[in-house]
Design a binder for this molecule. Structure first.
Ligand SMILES: N[C@@H](CCC(=O)N[C@@H](CS)C(=O)NCC(=O)O)C(=O)O
Length: 221
């Protein structure tokens, strides 16, 4: 196994998806903190590694990858002792990809980022429509979980890591009513039972919540 460097910060949901995957696979790596709050990601030395200036970035023996979805699928393919987290079977893999693209385009980009980016640039008033969009996502997730234990079927996959990191971050802005969304609640509980969950998602999520609490935000109705 070559040397793996992960450039990340705990508050970032995509970084936590990568942490969950690396911990699940028990792959050793060096954690390199990129503090977005102090602009580490805009420094020339970081832009030389990842010109997008985003986290996470994974460097595996000279191979540089940005985007959590590309990273988590790559590390399972390369380092997994089996393919359970990212099945090789065509249909099962397509179901994982379906959930990953949904996370990337709808859950992360259209909801979490659209709320959090302004807050982190001191525009702390959140239009209620953005919170309503989160509840729409909860409806979709709840409906999917009526028929499935995990987001690609009956088996835990990287799609669950990607989604749990983002969905638990959305709870910061739109509290999950567990009586209305019992399946989401059960699924999060199931993920929380994983021995590496607290370290890989819980710790960074707490950091994120503490920062948002310190900044503060107000929903405009
Ligand atoms: N689709 C990317 C999203 C990466 C991303 O937007 N990361 C944020 C932190 S959560 C970031 O680096 N923001 C800093 C910036 O855009 O300048 C992924 O899944 O990795």
């Amino acid at each position: 196994m070559g040397k793996i460097d992960l450039y990340a910060i705990g508050g970032s949901a995509p970084c936590r998806a990568v942490l969950l995957t690396l911990k699940a696979l028990n792959v050793p790596f060096e954690y390199k903190l990129v503090n977005l709050l102090t602009g580490d990601n805009r420094k020339p030395e970081y832009l030389a590694i990842n010109p997008h200036g985003t986290v996470p970035t994974l460097v595996d023996d000279g191979v540089m990858l940005t985007d959590s979805h590309a990273i988590i699928t790559y590390v399972v393919d390369k380092y997994g002792t089996d393919d359970s987290l990212y099945p090789k079977d065509l249909v099962r893999r397509a179901k994982v990809n379906q959930a990953l693209f949904y996370e990337a385009t709808v859950v992360f980009d259209r909801t979490l980022l659209s709320i959090s980016k302004p807050i982190f640039t001191n525009n702390t008033v959140v239009p209620v429509a953005k919170i309503d969009a989160v509840f729409k996502v909860y409806e979709q997730l709840e409906s999917f979980l009526q028929a499935h234990t995990y987001f690609a079927g009956e088996q835990l996959t990287v799609a669950d890591f990607s989604l749990v990191a983002t969905v638990t971050t959305l709870f910061t802005y739109a509290e999950l009513d567990t009586s209305k969304y019992p399946k989401i609640h059960e699924w999060v509980r199931r993920l929380e039972e994983l021995p590496y969950y607290a370290e890989a998602n819980g710790a960074g999520l707490k950091q994120y919540n503490d920062i948002v609490k310190a900044i503060g935000f107000k929903v405009l109705r």
